[in-house]
Design a protein around this ligand. Structure first.
Ligand code: BJ8
Length: 388
């Protein structure tokens, strides 16, 4: 039974440690015959796996531990997320990769798409052919056929059959999770927000490693209620004068928490994440009535990632979040050699500056050598926002 806990550090710690704790939970479930699918991207429709009774887990690595190993095969001037994820696979150091019976990749950026070819030599890999535009009939047709192809691959590899009814039930369950994560991050519309951006990030990131739907829902509900109760009781962990920052760009987690830390150590607070760790994943609900495969295809295709061209949905979400969270400045985190986000950074900067919203781009990798430089740049940015 989950009880209300207004000691917020304990509430957040349960999510901060979720990735580590999930290793053992998954090992237990595997030993009992549970099928597991690993994935890399927000475009991957997890409802297919849920409907088939499978567990799914994110495989994007978040540390530089295996980059040297990866660079024996991959070029060094490649995005660290790709190198690190591949490095964990070839060195067999990621338990989630090890437990994955099927790994689902997708043709988002070129680096990932080509890495999956190499990954396919050591793992059972299926690659979704994602169109790079969203609003043509051809793109919808292609993407729906790719969702069908994935369903058929899952049915074949795991010897199951997936009904429309199971898909609708899976959409419903995933929508509940999305709604709860959105409710949680929307608590930070309050002034001052009831949690730091680092704590918010740890819940958003950690929730993906809670594998039991009912337990995850109960824990998220308890976390939301605990944060609200603490606020009502007068707890104010964040200063009212802290400048309110939205973070956009590449996905965050693990070592890249350093970006949030330098922003918050400079005296600001991160109130919202527009990226795949946050609102890009949880902002919308997948329609539950009608043909489930079409609903899933149409829902996922509208994700506003920089690999889409044009990419209007990112600007729409960004604008809405800036208004809703009363954002005073936007920080974009781009990973080194991520060309789509690096090029789109110019569009984002121009778009925000037209609305007089200050913008800072921080490029980083999975190392820690640049923390001083990041802190200097974040500090100068926050100082400008603090000037009345
Ligand atoms: S939907 S953001 S999870 S692709 S791996 S694009 S950082 S060069 S992660 Fe992503 Fe899906 Fe888009 Fe979201 Fe750049 Fe690196 Fe590529 Fe990356």
């Amino acid at each position: 039974m989950i009880t209300l806990n207004t000691e917020l550090p304990e509430v957040f710690a349960g999510f901060a440690e979720a990735r580590q704790q999930g290793f053992l939970a998954m090992k237990d479930m595997k030993e009992r015959g549970q099928g597991v699918v690993g994935l890399f991207c927000t475009y991957t429709p997890v409802e297919i796996f849920m409907a088939a009774g499978l567990l799914s887990v994110g495989l994007c690595a978040t540390s530089d531990e295996t980059i040297a190993e990866a660079e024996k095969t991959l070029p060094s001037n490649l995005c660290p997320l790709i190198k690190s994820s591949y490095g964990f696979a070839v060195s067999d150091k990621c338990p989630y990769m090890y437990f994955s019976d099927l790994v689902v990749g997708e043709t988002t950026c070129d680096g990932k798409a080509k890495m999956y070819e190499l990954l396919g030599e050591i793992k059972n890999v299926h690659v979704l052919q994602l169109p790079h535009t969203q609003n043509t009939p051809e793109a919808h047709t292609l993407w729906r056929s790719e969702i069908v192809r994935l369903k058929e691959r899952v049915e074949k590899d795991f010897a199951v059959s997936i009904s429309d009814e199971q898909l609708r039930a899976a959409i419903h369950r995933r929508n509940i999770e999305r709604a709860l994560l959105k409710e949680l991050y929307e608590l930070s519309v309050l002034t001052p927000p009831p949690m730091s951006g680092l704590d918010q990030l740890r819940v958003l990131f950690g929730a993906q490693f809670k594998f039991n739907h009912e337990t995850k829902v109960a824990e998220l509900r308890a976390a939301i209620d605990s944060i609200k109760a603490a606020y009502t009781a007068g707890k104010r962990p964040i200063s009212e004068s802290a400048p309110r920052i939205l973070v956009t760009g590449c996905p965050l987690g693990g070592v890249t928490e350093k970006v949030v830390k330098v922003i918050e150590e400079a005296g600001a607070v991160v109130v919202a994440y527009e990226n795949c760790t946050g609102a890009k994943q949880f902002d919308r609900q997948c329609p539950e009535s009608g043909d489930p495969l079409t609903n899933i295809a149409d829902f996922y295709l509208q994700i506003g990632c920089s690999i889409m061209t044009p990419n209007p949905n990112r600007l729409e979400l960004l604008d809405r979040l800036c208004r809703q969270f009363k954002v005073q400045g936007v920080v974009e985190m781009t990973l080194q050699a991520c060309h789509s986000y690096a090029v789109e950074a110019h569009t984002i900067k121009r778009h925000l500056e037209a609305q007089k919203i200050p913008y800072l781009q921080l490029e980083t990798d999975y190392g820690t050598a640049d923390i001083g430089q990041l802190a200097t740049r974040a500090g100068a940015f926050v100082e400008c926002l603090s000037v009345p």
